[in-house]
Design a protein around this ligand. Structure first.
Ligand code: ADP
Length: 395
């Protein structure tokens, strides 16, 4: 008897969905709605190897979810078989430390947290409300990007700022991409045939957004993203770490207001800002191969920041059993992985060039047999992790 779960990931202008049978882990259907709120929106729906498409204006998340219903009605499978819906909720703040059944009280809590995540939580809430109307008779569950990092010790999550201000405004490191770090760290231990308890790892989630975590015996002890998903590694369009003094400097010297500084650091920075608009590693490498100095510097900064974090987390963990790469860049960009590991040679970490192939679709060991630390590529699967978590909560 199949147990289909619908997982939904609502962004400000997009909705991603998958219907997954948690018994077999088979993806029964998947889809993407883009350009919500713009003149020309579209939906693509894939099931049983066939791709379908609808082009029309999609005003808001209510219309987007109505379109999802229409896609399932037209092309299947039937939504009537779905046992629960799992919603990606980006910011759980201090309150939501685990996957939670959604009640009105939870929606109110998420609404209160919108100030901490103004870009992410409001579309998530709009998606929850619309999906509850669409499927009113089954449980809806929220999976928080921050939950995996609720185990960080105080010395890792506390910023060294005035205590009262921090308490009043809930200022601390929360961490993001938790569903991926959790899934990948468990998979890595399984792949290495090690008990999670004794296994220490550094997980590098390198996608368009990027974050790194130190995981000790399955428990997250540090991570690079902070109060917001802007901190830490260099990303596609986000700066990652900068001197906090930069904010007032730009306000003073460049006359920028807080929204302009926010836009600069979130949307016009990172690889894109350094390499004249190239945020994708495929473009970046094409430019590097053509001798583009800006692209070269962007890549150098990216690698430098990443190995600085790896070194820091080696110290935090004391002993590291594995460095694990995941997400779009981590799984595919073998040339970038090679340069990262080359910088760690002095610490005895060595790659096996034959094993370091592009596009790893299954967990793979890419380090040499004499490497001091195992290096792995473990493909992430946030949708499957969300479906499993949802199933656990409703049981
Ligand atoms: P997100 O989920 O954060 O949007 P992904 O994890 O899907 O991001 O990663 C997207 C990024 O992965 C792209 O921007 C690109 O830089 C990188 N990427 C994807 N495919 C490849 C590839 N074949 N080679 C190198 N980099 C790739």
């Amino acid at each position: 008897m199949p147990t289909p779960i619908l997982v939904l990931n609502c962004g400000s202008s997009s909705v991603k969905y998958q219907m997954i049978d948690v018994d077999t882990e088979e993806v029964l259907a998947s889809g993407l709605i883009e350009k919500i709120g713009l003149a020309f929106g579209n939906l693509t729906h894939t099931t049983q190897g066939l791709l379908y498409r609808i082009d029309e204006t999609i005003k808001d998340h209510t219309e987007a979810l109505a379109l999802v219903t229409r896609a399932f009605d037209l092309w299947g499978p039937s939504l009537s078989t779905v046992v629960a819906v799992g919603h990606r909720a980006v910011h759980g703040g201090e309150r939501f430390r685990a996957t939670t059944l959604i009640t009105q009280d939870v929606i109110d809590g998420l609404t209160d947290l919108s100030e901490l995540a103004p870009l992410h939580n409001p579309p998530g809430i709009a998606g929850i409300k619309a999906a509850q109307k669409m499927l009113p008779d089954i449980p809806h569950v929220a999976i928080f990007d921050t939950a995996f990092f609720s185990t960080l010790p105080p010395e890792a999550y506390t910023y060294a700022i005035d205590h009262d201000t921090a308490v009043k405004y809930h200022i601390r490191k929360y961490g993001f991409h938790g569903t991926s770090h959790s899934y990948v760290s468990k998979k890595a231990a399984q792949f290495m045939e090690r008990d999670l308890e004794g296994f220490n790892q550094i997980v590098c989630h390198l996608g368009n957004g990027a974050s790194i975590s130190a995981v000790q015996g399955g428990v997250a002890v540090d991570t690079s993203m902070g109060l917001t998903p802007l901190a830490g590694l260099v990303m596609g369009t986000r700066s990652g770490d900068v001197d906090p003094g930069l904010f007032s400097y730009l306000q003073r010297e460049a006359g920028m207001d807080s929204q302009e500084v926010d836009a600069l650091l979130n949307k016009q920075s990172g690889l894109s800002g350094l390499a004249d608009g190239s945020s994708d590693f495929r473009d970046l490498w094409d430019k590097i191969d053509a001798g583009d100095e800006h692209a070269q510097l962007a890549h150098d900064v990216y690698v430098h920041r990443l190995i600085s974090y790896i070194g820091s987390y080696m110290a935090v963990l004391g002993r590291v059993d594995a460095i694990v790469f995941t997400a779009g860049v981590g799984e595919n960009a073998n040339r970038t992985r090679e340069l990262i590991i080359a910088r760690l040679n002095g610490l005895g970490v060595r790659l096996d060039p034959e094993r370091n192939t592009p596009r790893n679709k299954v967990p793979t060991l890419i380090s040499a047999d004499d490497s001091s630390i195992a290096v792995l590529v473990v493909p992430t699967n946030e949708e499957l992790a969300m479906a499993r978590e949802t199933f656990q909560v409703i049981n």
